[in-house]
Design a binder for this molecule. Sequence first.
Ligand SMILES: [Zn+2]
Length: 277
Amino acid sequence: MDKELYDKKVKCPICKNEFTTKKIKTSALRIDKRDTDLYVHYKTVNPYLYSVWVCPKCGYAAMEGKYNIIKKYQHNIITENITNLWNPRDYGKKRNIDEAIQTHKLAIYEGNLLNWEKSYIGGLSLRLTWLYRLKGDKGLEIKFQKYALTIFTDCFSKEIFPMAGMDSVSMAYLIGELNRRFQNYEESIKWFQTALKDPNIKRKRLIENMVRNQWFIAIEEHKKLKQLAAKSEENNEESNDIEENEKEQKGRIKIEQNSNGDRGSKIGKKLFFRGAL
Ligand SMILES: [Zn+2]
């Protein structure tokens, strides 16, 4: 298992400390299967565990692609808010899921401090969702999934693609799929349509198939949900009807006693039609 990992030397752009962080040899990666929210299961070591680099000396944490992008004027944001409170910790060894979760949370926190683009934060949240899935913590998986969905929906028309490593087709698909998971079916179908209308979809056969599959599932689930809702409404109506009928019965007796009985016959008709329907 360790053969799949190697040490990457990194120089911290803030404190200039040199440290090593684990990386996975791409040649060693073996994909097992994909979840519909684009999470990839690996037969080998999971590369998501190592996507965030953390300087053990100053606590600066970011994803690999972002690590050296930090500007000089932003250095003090990290030194003042992170380094001052940082207990030196080394995430450069083999990581377990909990350690990977900590690195992602740290990167989200620091990314927000640095005011980095929201889609970057969304991408980290999505990965955090997957880490909680690996850990088996459903509650936190859903919490960060919601967070990622809110961010991606907001970013879609505001930022430039690629966003969190995804092009516009994959992102529209993902927003559609996350909405489907939260039973926002109308929203979900709207986003699947956006993905299918995107001219880039012609080059994305895998995603195109996923859009069509999940769209179909969303329509089916929506239908079922509407049927269930109608049924429970019917049941409520029935129990209301019983109460109403009792009241009406009482009312009718009074009316029939006190008037010419017209209202009573109307109620009678109403009840008859209800029974027939
Ligand atoms: Zn540092």
